[in-house]
Design a protein around this ligand. Structure first.
Ligand SMILES: Cc1cc2nc3c(=O)[nH]c(=O)nc-3n(C[C@H](O)[C@H](O)[C@H](O)COP(=O)(O)OP(=O)(O)OC[C@H]3O[C@@H](n4cnc5c(N)ncnc54)[C@H](O)[C@@H]3O)c2cc1C
Length: 614
């Protein structure tokens, strides 16, 4: 890496779907950009490349940070969750899954990974690419009075960024020349037994009123596109396989690759890896503070959420100046942390830590929300599949036939999305015409949430797990608060689950669970319900077991500084030359999956900035 210049047009913090794509797009248009990323570039690693290794990547250094979050303020309520993590004095982590918690172990919270590498969480995520329901974009347009957020306008941005491989070129609403490749897993491989086919056929009957003729017929139906342009796509229940961001070689389609390709093309993008931004710098101006650079620490694993963190290591402190703007895109947990460290946030909180207040902005670190995901796990009397028939050894080397198939042909079980069935369904609680539940379902799966060591859980052939993702999240009660003014210390994160709209959300999920269990009953399967815990009231079980990993809205868009953080052009209220472009700006959860929508708003921000620059 060359010595950085003292000044660039744009200084961007964080290289995920928000900041990484924006940096590459601005540089490809001739703007000089300095992109700071706390992690390194691990995009060549098999953990990031092989879709089937995403869970392993998400709990490993140097790919991800491990946050520990609370779901509830009350420790007793929070610790009812059997995935709650405790730490012994020797540093070892425990959950109830491993047996009784050792005496004296300290409560840490629930494991919540975030990508901390070039490309951000999109390098470790499950690559599921669901575009937000049109109503969610139109909501932002209405909220802000800015029609450039309408779904028709936002669709243009999707088309600009997408390279869609699963519909014929020219299909309206999709893009074919963008930097993010979307593919469809082959649904026929999902039908590993008649038993699976029977259950899926029953779901078609109860959810969609379709009586499938054959496995081939079901596979054809599953190829229907949830991201199609038609506005009714969320209005009627749909069984489908989800577009997944893997490329024609079966590799993760990656924003890190796009960033590197822009650098290789000689465009003016300077990447500063292992660079933890500690605060935004401001110029004294009479009316409004003006952002003109950032301060950052250079060094590896400088952040406490990094498993390699060591307090005795310190980074080298540097600064860089922005001629035009500073753009913060550290993600939903880190963006509010960076703003608060810079003096932008709720006055009381900043003053309690002796941080000089630059702008009193109460919405920073408030109103955070997430999609509840509720695991429904059943154990059947007979296995759903013959697990020993799988040729995969899980060693991911040349002795593993599935690895060889992936490596040589880019196909097979290690390619993205295989084995999962998706369904949208409308509960009686939906607040508009759209379905409000989004199911991810797989036979043989035992994946019921996030916990340290989760990638060692290889499922069980007699289990079937569905995660019911609650769209239309109605609980903007989450908070990100500083524990310390030391930028290396991760903030305190509390989602305050089921604070608002609790009855409606629980009722919706109960209806979702009933649909699944009724279908198991209809096909005559003998089974035991494992989750939701059948020994207690279902609503209590759902509150204990719900998990999430799609945090948004901790720096939300709105029209005023009282209850929002940025305006519809991503500009932080009360400051000049400072924008936020990441998942933290969504005023509410954009459907079931934030990754595609975050790529889309980044593309929108690019257009907004270039228009302003012209
Ligand atoms: C395990 C996992 C699975 C997921 N699966 C899916 C899925 O299948 N589909 C879906 O739609 N969504 C999924 N998501 C969510 C999705 O990946 C995120 O919503 C999305 O990546 C958010 O993008 P972002 O740009 O806001 O932040 P991020 O992608 O989190 O990127 C933020 C970047 O900023 C860097 N950073 C943070 N602080 C600093 C600092 N102080 N200085 C410098 N750099 C900093 C971080 O290292 C990181 O690289 C998943 C997430 C995870 C973790």
């Amino acid at each position: 890496t060359s010595t950085p210049a003292p000044e660039y047009d744009y200084v961007i913090v964080g290289s995920g779907p928000g900041g990484g794509s924006l940096a590459a797009n601005l540089a490809a248009s001739g703007q000089s950009v300095f992109l700071l990323e706390a992690g390194g570039d691990a995009s060549d690693s098999l953990y990031e490349q092989i879709p089937a290794r995403s869970v392993a990547a998400s709990e490993r250094s140097p790919h991800a940070w491990q946050f520990f979050v609370e779901h509830y303020e009350d420790p007793e309520e929070a610790q009812r969750n059997r995935l709650y993590v405790y730490q012994s004095s020797n540093g070892s982590l425990h959950t109830e899954l491993d047996g009784p918690i050792p005496a004296g172990a300290e409560p840490l919270g629930l494991f919540y990974p975030r990508g901390a590498t070039l490309g951000g969480s999109s390098q470790v995520n499950a690559m599921n690419f669901a575009w937000a329901p049109d109503n969610e974009w139109d909501y932002i347009a209405e909220l802000t009075g800015d029609n450039s957020w309408s779904h028709e306008q936002m669709r243009r941005h999707l088309m600009d960024l997408e390279n869609c491989t699963y519909v014929p070129r020219g299909t309206p609403g999709h893009g074919f020349d963008g930097y993010l490749q979307n593919s469809h897993p082959d649904p026929i491989t999902n039908f590993q037994s008649d038993h699976i086919a029977d259950y899926v056929a029953e779901i078609f009957r109860v959810a969609e009123d379709i009586d499938p003729e054959s496995v081939e017929h079901m596979a054809e139906l599953l190829r229907r596109d949830i991201n199609r342009i038609e506005q009714d796509r969320y209005e009627t229940p749909l069984m489908f396989v989800l577009p997944t961001a893997f490329n024609s070689r079966g590799r993760r389609s990656s924003i890190a690759d796009y960033i590197n390709s822009v650098i290789d093309a000689g465009d003016p993008l300077t990447l500063s890896l292992h660079s933890l931004v500690t605060r935004v710098l401001f110029e004294d101006c009479e009316d409004k503070p003006k952002a003109n650079g950032v301060e950052y620490m250079v060094g590896e694993a400088l952040y406490s959420a990094d498993r390699r963190y060591n307090t005795s290591q310190s980074g080298e402190l540097r600064t860089v100046r922005a001629k035009k703007e500073v753009i913060v895109a550290g993600g939903t947990f880190n963006t509010p942390q960076i703003l608060k460290l810079s003096g932008i946030g709720p006055r009381d909180e900043l003053e309690s830590l002796d941080i000089p207040v630059v702008v009193d902005l109460p919405a920073v670190g408030n109103y955070m929300q997430d999609n509840y995901e509720s695991p429904v796990n059943i154990q059947a009397d007979t296995p759903w599949m013959n697990a020993s028939a799988s040729p995969c050894t899980g060693t991911f080397d040349d002795s593993d036939p599935c690895f060889v198939q992936w490596n040589v042909n880019g196909t097979g079980p290690y390619t993205g999305g295989g084995g999962s069935f998706f369904l949208t369904y409308r509960s009686s609680m939906s607040w508009d015409n759209d379905t409000d539940l989004f199911y991810l379902s797989a036979a043989g799966s035992n994946a019921y949430g996030f916990f340290p060591g989760m990638s060692e859980n290889h499922g069980a052939p007699d289990h079937w797990t569905t995660s019911i993702v609650k769209m239309q999240s109605g609980n903007p009660a989450g908070t990100v608060k500083l524990r310390s003014k030391d930028p290396r210390v991760a903030p305190a994160i509390n989602f305050n689950y089921f604070t608002e709209r609790a009855d409606e959300d629980l009722q919706a999920i109960v209806e979702g669970v009933e649909l699944l269990l009724n279908a198991f009953d209809s096909i005559g399967t003998n089974y035991t319900v494992v989750l939701p815990n059948p020994e207690i009231d279902m609503r209590q079980a759902l509150k204990d077991e719900a998990f999430s990993h799609h945090a948004v809205s901790s720096c939300r868009i709105g029209t005023n500084a009282t209850d929002s953080c940025v305006d519809s052009k991503f500009r932080v209220h009360g400051v000049d030359n400072l924008r936020i472009v990441d998942a933290s700006v969504f005023p509410r959860a954009p459907g079931a999956m934030p990754n595609g929508p975050t790529f889309t708003i980044s593309r929108k921000a690019f257009e907004t900035i270039m228009e302003g620059d012209a």
